[in-house]
Design a protein around this ligand. Structure first.
Ligand code: HBI
Ligand code: FE
Length: 289
């Protein structure tokens, strides 16, 4: 995801912090219907696939209520649970704005929804990705702390010119992370739980590698934004993700990572702890096509 081409000033109608009114009253019945269709599709897939923390969030936040959620109502519930809020933005916002909101426990969400004829097509994160994908995890106290720490780390990374490395951590955890639960691997990344096809691919397809999470290794790993991931990284628990990323000083880590080569999306290293070794058939098929 690149935000390099964004203007530095918020667009007309947005506040200085880039937030806009959600204007919940202005959604059409068709738009609410798109949410309901997407919700029904994912809700049927996720039990037994999504992490326990995610499913609990979906439940306690009452996201099954029909229609696009009202951010004010959602924020009230979330505030009572973990102190987070959901604020509407017009689309992608500049990195510093994104991190400032996150460091202050405000999750920025697109308020528009994809069209009914584009259920699986997404260029920019819409309200289904942002709210259905991300917000349930914010009801988990440990993950809520992780995301705040990420926002604060983002603010420091900007000064250290290390955003490229930190963005990879976001990608392979918040967007495309897997967690090892007692009953088996589960998805928690928002990019997976909000995707009809990737929620099965990430867990059940023979193609991708599933590799034990290692912070330095993840920070070296390039990612693809236009297709299924070739490698997924598996955390042992959210507590361990939080401690692995808050008990260390990132500045020396960035220096170490900068000295090493970047790793290709589907690469496996001799030192990797491989949970399931993939065939990479899917990616190979795409390369030949
Ligand atoms: N803006 N609305 C929005 N959503 C994002 O996920 C987002 C963003 N701006 C910047 C950004 N993400 C990146 O900096 C992170 O992925 C690192
Ligand atoms: Fe996202």
């Amino acid at each position: 995801m690149t935000t390099d081409t964004l203007p530095t000033h918020p667009p007309e109608g947005a506040a200085a912090d880039w937030t806009v009114p959600q204007n919940w009253d202005r959604y059409t019945p068709e738009e609410h219907g798109v949410w309901d269709t997407l919700f029904a599709r994912q809700a049927a897939l996720l039990p037994g696939r999504a992490s326990d923390a995610y499913l609990r969030g979906l439940d306690v936040l009452k996201l099954s209520k029909p229609g696009i959620p009202d951010f004010a109502e959602l924020s009230d519930r979330l505030m009572g649970l973990t102190g987070w809020q959901v604020v509407a933005v017009p689309g992608l916002v500049p990195d510093d704005v994104f991190f400032d909101h996150m460091a202050n426990r405000r999750f920025v969400a697109g308020s528009f929804i994809r069209r009914a004829d584009q259920l699986d097509y997404l260029q920019e994160p819409d309200v289904f990705h942002d709210v259905f994908g991300h917000v349930p995890m914010l009801a988990d106290p440990v993950f809520a702390d992780y995301l705040e720490a990420y926002g604060k780390g983002g603010q420091r990374a900007v000064g250290l010119d290390a955003l490229k490395y930190l963005a990879r951590l976001y990608w392979y955890t918040v967007e495309f992370g897997l967690v090892a639960e007692p009953e088996g691997l589960r998805i928690y990344g928002a990019g997976i739980v909000s995707s009809f096809s990737e929620s099965r691919f990430a867990l059940e397809d023979a193609s991708p590698n599933r590799i034990a999470f290692d912070l330095e290794r993840v920070m070296r790993t390039e990612y693809r934004i236009d297709d299924f991931q070739q490698n997924y990284f598996v955390i042992p628990s959210f507590e361990e993700l939080l401690s692995a990323t808050t008990q260390i000083d990132f500045a020396p880590l960035y220096r170490t990572v900068r000295r090493q080569s970047d790793l290709a999306p589907g690469e496996v290293l001799p030192d990797d702890v491989v949970v399931t070794r993939g065939t990479q058939d899917y990616a190979r098929g795409k390369a030949l096509a």
